[in-house]
Write a protein that binds this ligand. Sequence first.
Ligand code: SAM
Length: 387
Amino acid sequence: MHLLEGRHHIVVPCSPGVAPFLTRELRALKMPIIEERSTSITTKGDFASALKLNLNLRTGQRVLWRLASFKASDPDQLYEKLMPLAWEEMVAADGYFSVTSVVDNPTIRDNRFANLRVKDAIVDRIRRICGRRPDSGPRRDRLVFYLFWQQDDVKIYLDTSGPTLAQRDYRLDPGKAPLRETLAAALIMASGWNGSKNFINPMCGSGTLAIEAALIAQKRIPGLLRQEYSFQSLAGFKNMELLEMRAAAAREARPDRKIRLIASDIDPAMIKVAKENAVRAEVADVIEFITCDFAETPIPEGGGVLLCNPEYGHRLGDVEELRLTYRRLGDFLKKSATGYEAFIFSGNRSLLKEVGLRADRRWSFDNGGIACDLDAFPLYKGSREKK
Ligand SMILES: C[S@@+](CC[C@H](N)C(=O)[O-])C[C@H]1O[C@@H](n2cnc3c(N)ncnc32)[C@H](O)[C@@H]1O
């Protein structure tokens, strides 16, 4: 049984709120949607499409290739059913792998025991066939196998990504309260921005929103930046296919656009960090970085999207001070951003009310365990008068 041949289920986990944008990305890549859940989308395809998803997806967390699905009621059955799988096709006898799991089975009190049985099956089979055994341990930057075991239902996956796909390799310095790159991409997709108009990002912090926007505008996929994926550790993996995919993606990229991308922050240290990140993302030449109070951010003619992620504080004192910031932000939008659509991403609804504009749309997300909203405020000429 060849585990990497034929069409398999592919599961792409995502953070809460991101699923509709991940679905949109999968459809654009011509992948079928088999199942939509709030924190994962299942599609189906061959192994080349799993590689393609790793390189292309902006909003997914990882790409899980289903190896097998079967019934097992206890750890011994689990071991017995994993043994016949051709693990030696994936793990070199002198290779390394780790096992992780989500388990809800009455015979398992500690997931580590389930992980151990998976590891035993892999190691015992490879030792029997190859005469020596691979190493295993906690490192997640080589081969990773995922066990999902709910009651009697077992699904075992190869995590083809390794470290989360949010890691694009450009943000070495994350700054103060950075957005995950996958969430930043989802916020931009929610705003409807597609690179044809201006993009303004006051309070840019480490620059994640502006950098992701620049990458979207240039049609540069994350796989042109990130160099390492777990699938490269597969036994006998040939880099040729990956290189060809990257070369084809590089030909699709469009560096020139007649739009302006402006990112500003009051903290010069953050602007320095954002610029360094943009250099690594190879988009520093298309983003104008400015150190200023958000209210001084230049808003060019022509309209577009203004998207910002102000602090939302958790201590009361901070929140009181932030009320003023949000009020000033509302005034700035009303006065200076006519012709734009403004989007504010915040983890504090009462602060969002201080903006003093009525949101016409809202999306809810999770940002590192904090429920956050993205509110849309249309500021088109005459829109306020109409209301
Ligand atoms: C939550 S962080 C933004 C994080 C950013 N989205 C990222 O991914 O790194 C908010 C930023 O607003 C900036 N800021 C706070 N008050 C400001 C003001 N009055 N004018 C401009 N920027 C301000 C802070 O320096 C901080 O970098």
